[in-house]
Design a binder for this molecule. Structure first.
Ligand code: GCB
Length: 597
């Protein structure tokens, strides 16, 4: 789905700001039929949970309502008028005045509604949006929902991060010509010094199409007509990790000589390939350094914030990180665009976190339910996962920063049914995007012998906590376990091995002379131990520390005011480990430590 942009034929109005807000049960029934009966206002974009002092709002399970009035610009008569929600977490229902105009399930991908027939240029309408935060066995991410006899809804989670919800990303009103560009796909390639750009344009109705590639200075470097084709860019300027370069693809829909729609999609020319145990970008071995992140800040929750965006990327550059993973859901599009412009490499992850009842069962002492079964994660879950993959790839396929899809985090990959669940999803992802490698992270228990799905993927991504959850506080034993584990995978598979997560909770400012978990010294020693092992394993292609920053977690997990595995605190101050990582990562030049540049 194309990002709404202002172009010569399209206009855009941002609807962020303060909206009337209330939770179901405290506002009238059918709140879209009139003015929302509430004293509250909530900021958009931001999760609603932490904006208020009321626990009933923070922990609310079910629908909440947002409302504002919107005026359609008077010059839009004759244009199609659309609403676009960058995200409604996890389900959205949109009403224009009394009319339902859109419903969408999935909290981290955008959706739009053509409201032309419901509004008039120059006039106002009432926009009411319901957002539901419930997670069940058939949502992505999944959760468990129980309803008590008195109707109280209780939500439990299969992930540790707080279930921030609401309108955490921007809302837009935009105009589009009736005959327009619906979609653009750009697949770059390299042929010697020439860039090849396969493009495909979908229009809303049969029409002539012209495309022009402009370089960063705006000079036209290639042009073609037709909805599909290949552009050739001589002396191409590659998009490189750490040295971004973007072209623009200007797509025009023509009626004779008249341009009826114009849309500009930025793109980069780079290649990605897995060959043997190497991960190649532009034909060069690439070594990932960086983090698993979260969209998480005080007060805003998962709300997108440009200041944090800039600051987080500054910190990543400062520490020498060349990449990050959008753990555990697709991030705001602004984040990927920023990564595109600044040469930061992204592993783009779906929201499929928690397809794993083995972890929960073990911890609760109730015994594990089977993860994949008609009562638990079933065909409907798989269909929701497939739909999520379609929406993610439709949104992010043209970002040069995205070098790999991570289709799930820590599923129960050694359990019966895992293969049947994942094989069709892997196949679907490869059909949707034949150009990017695929991975899925492996949780701490399956090893090379017990895992049932690793062969389906191109890169083996391991999340390992030896020295934290296993062999806690005993880094010698942890080192031995880790090395044996990694060598097991290296012996079995001729594939790159990547550490998707490794980390130790650390309270900023807590120090000790001794090797004591939770201290800043322990976090450093823990990371050093991991790095010693990584550097001994040849197939190793990168390391993403868990996590970039401390983040808020759900109540039902043993944490001290959130997950403290951040290398930076939640307010982005460096722990000692940040300085140690900086010493290791700066100057690596995207190369594995110890290899020649
Ligand atoms: C994991 C999960 C991540 C958790 C982390 C932890 O394996 O992927 O979401 O936050 O462990 O700190 O326990």
């Amino acid at each position: 789905m194309l990002k709404p942009r202002s172009t010569p034929t399209r206009e855009l109005v941002n609807l962020d700001g303060l909206w009337r807000f209330g939770i179901a049960g405290r506002v009238q029934d059918e709140p879209w039929t009139g003015r929302l009966d509430t004293p509250l206002e909530a900021a958009v974009p931001a999760s609603y949970n932490d904006q208020f002092t009321d626990r009933a709002i923070r922990d609310h399970v079910g629908w909440v309502w947002y409302q504002r009035t919107v005026r359609v610009p008077r010059g839009w008569a004759g244009e199609r008028v659309l609403l676009r929600f960058d995200a409604a977490t996890h389900e959205g229902r949109v009403h224009v005045d009394d009319r339902l105009v859109a419903e969408h399930v999935g909290g981290y991908t955008p959706f739009e509604a053509d409201i032309t027939d419901a509004v008039r240029a120059g006039e106002e309408f009432r926009l009411t949006v319901g957002v539901n935060n419930e997670l069940t066995n058939v949502t992505i991410p999944p959760g468990s929902l129980t309803v008590a006899q008195d109707g109280t809804r209780k939500q439990t989670y299969h992930h540790d991060f707080f279930n921030y919800a609401g309108l955490a990303r921007s809302v837009w009103l935009f105009s589009r010509p009736a005959t327009h560009v619906e979609d653009v796909t750009v697949v770059p390639g390299v042929d010697g010094a020439t860039g090849t750009v396969d493009y495909a344009v979908r229009t809303s109705a049969p029409a002539d199409v012209r495309v022009r590639a402009l370089d960063a200075e705006g000079a036209e470097v290639a042009t073609a007509t037709g909805a599909e084709g290949t552009l050739r860019i001589d002396e191409v300027h590659l998009w490189q990790p750490g040295a971004a370069y973007l072209y623009d693809l200007v797509v025009e829909v023509l009626d004779g000589d008249t341009v009826v729609d114009s849309y500009t999609e930025p793109f980069g020319v780079r290649t990605v390939e897995v060959r043997g145990t190497q991960f190649l970008i532009n034909g060069e071995p690439f070594y990932f350094t960086g983090f698993g992140k979260h969209e998480d800040t005080p007060v805003r929750g998962k709300g997108h914030d440009d200041a944090y965006l800039v600051h987080d990327f500054q910190l990543m550059e400062w520490v020498g990180a060349n990449s990050f993973r959008t753990s555990h859901y697709p991030y705001a599009e602004e984040v990927l665009e920023f990564a595109d412009r600044h040469g930061v490499v992204v592993i783009d992850e779906t929201a499929a976190v928690g397809l794993n009842l083995a972890v929960q069962g073990g911890l609760s002492g109730r015994g594990a339910s089977p993860t994949f079964s008609p009562e638990t994660y079933n065909d409907q879950t798989q269909a929701a996962h497939a739909q999520h993959l379609r929406e993610l790839i439709a949104r992010d396929k043209n970002h040069p920063s995205v070098v790999m899809w991570c289709i799930s985090n820590e599923p129960s990959s050694s359990e019966e049914g895992a293969r049947e669940y994942f094989e069709p999803l892997v196949q679907l992802t490869r059909e949707l995007d034949p150009t990017r490698p695929l991975t899925s992270t492996v949780w701490l228990l399956p090893n090379a012998e017990t895992d049932l799905i690793a062969d389906l993927f191109d890169v083996i991504s391991l999340n390992r906590y030896y020295g934290w959850y296993i062999a806690t506080g005993d880094l010698e034993t942890a080192e031995d376990y880790l090395e044996r584990d990694l060598r097991g995978w290296a012996a079995k598979y001729d594939k790159p091995i990547f550490m998707g997560e490794y980390g130790a909770d650390t309270v900023s400012g807590l120090h000790s002379l001794w090797d004591i978990p939770w201290t800043e010294e322990y976090q450093q020693d823990y990371l050093d131990m991991n790095h010693r092992v990584f550097d001994r394993v040849e197939a190793f292609v990168g390391e993403h520390v868990w996590n970039f920053a401390d983040f808020q977690t759900t109540r039902a997990i043993h944490r001290v005011d959130g997950n403290k595995k951040g290398v930076f605190s939640r307010d982005r101050r460096p722990k000692a480990a940040a300085h140690a990582l900086r010493r290791r990562w700066l100057g690596l030049g995207n190369r594995k430590p110890g290899t020649q540049g």
